[in-house]
Write a protein that binds this ligand. Structure first.
Ligand code: TXD
Length: 311
């Protein structure tokens, strides 16, 4: 059986474990700093396995040693912003948490792939690669699968067509400047722009960009977790099953799309070698401008990180 360890057993971490257990994809370890919590959630999930008929071990721990020999490490550990805390304060705190999680788990699982979820996403994935010094194929950030799924869900709600027929590609940084590529998106092969009137499509694009905020406003405490964790599970499955699945993820850029020394949301191929390939779309002038704007925003956060933490 494969082994996946999830660092941070909060809303996204525990729900990722839930989706993965249902797929009987790997034995699972939940690690958190809160005493008893990962153990309790893991035990509860393990007790559900007889009901769903899956032979999966689920254990919780406060010790990174429990992650030994994992095939995949998923990092969701982090703090949300508290009153009085600046974005830079949060950046520094989460950088310490994510940096430690990445370097500690790597000691126990030197061959693992890393999927990063903690915000600010692109920058935390960048930090993970820098701190672990791993090749870029082994560090992938989750954002685009989620953002694209949100857009697909909104198109399905608008049209009544099955979500399976709807393909959408949301690229760029995981922030307000993300780039929903409507030209590449389609319903059963029909370009979205031909299927939907412009005003409806514009509304879907705007809603996608603010998709995270919409959930935060509704929940009042905490942020989205079902869809983000489903996205992590899909990425982990693509790697373990060597699917060569093309999905938008945050990847380390080495000249693709004219970008370097940064993580950015682009279509990648996921298989047993991790991030196996970056797919380069031919962008038109408007798309390129939107890409550049988003890249500038991501770079700013990368630069803020570099001024706070030595990497
Ligand atoms: O698309 C995306 N990338 C995102 C990102 C979608 C949803 C959530 N996104 C971000 O993931 C969010 O902004 C946060 O930065 C992370 C985790 O979100 P989640 O909703 O799971 O937060 P919780 O429920 O607060 O869980 C975080 C857990 C919590 O249990 C802490 O005790 C734990 O992280 N934590 C730690 N675990 C291990 N080790 C350390 N050091 C640690 N510090 C905190």
């Amino acid at each position: 059986m494969n082994k996946i360890s999830i660092i941070g057993a909060g809303m996204t971490g525990a729900t990722t474990a839930h989706w993965l257990a249902e797929r009987e994809l790997a034995d699972l370890v939940l690690v958190d700093v809160v005493e008893g919590m990962p153990q309790g959630k893991a035990l509860d999930m393990a007790e559900a396995m007889p009901i769903v008929g899956k032979d999966v071990e689920v254990v919780g721990s406060n010790d990174y040693a429990a992650t030994k020999n994992s095939d995949i490490i998923i990092i969701t550990a982090g703090l949300p912003r508290k009153p009085g805390m600046s974005r830079d304060d949060l950046l520094k705190t989460n950088a310490e948490i994510v940096g430690k999680a990445a370097t500690e788990t790597l000691k126990y699982s030197p061959d693992a792939m890393f999927i990063v979820l903690t915000n600010p996403l692109d920058t935390m994935a960048y930090l993970t690669m820098k701190m672990t010094k791993l090749p870029r194929s082994r560090v992938i950030g989750q954002a685009g699968v989620l953002d694209s799924a949100r857009m697909r869900a909104f198109v399905a709600m608008e049209t009544g067509v099955s979500v399976e027929n709807i393909q959408c590609y949301v690229l760029g940084g995981h922030g307000d400047e993300m780039v929903p590529l409507t030209r590449m998106s389609n319903i059963a092969g029909i370009p979205l722009r031909d299927y939907l009137p412009a005003d409806k499509l514009d509304a879907i694009v705007a809603r996608t960009r603010k998709g995270g905020g919409e959930i935060v406003n509704l929940l009042k405490t905490g942020s989205a977790f079902y869809a983000p964790s489903a996205a992590c599970a899909q990425m982990a499955e693509a790697i373990l099953k060597d699917r060569h699945l093309i999905v938008p993820c945050a990847a380390s850029m080495e000249g693709e799309y004219g970008l370097k020394d940064m993580f950015f949301g682009v279509p990648v191929m996921l298989g047993s070698n991790g991030m196996e390939k970056i797919i380069e779309y031919k962008l038109d002038a408007d798309e390129k401008a939107a890409f550049d704007k988003s890249a500038t925003a991501v770079k700013e956060t990368h630069d803020a990180l570099k001024s706070l933490v030595k990497i």
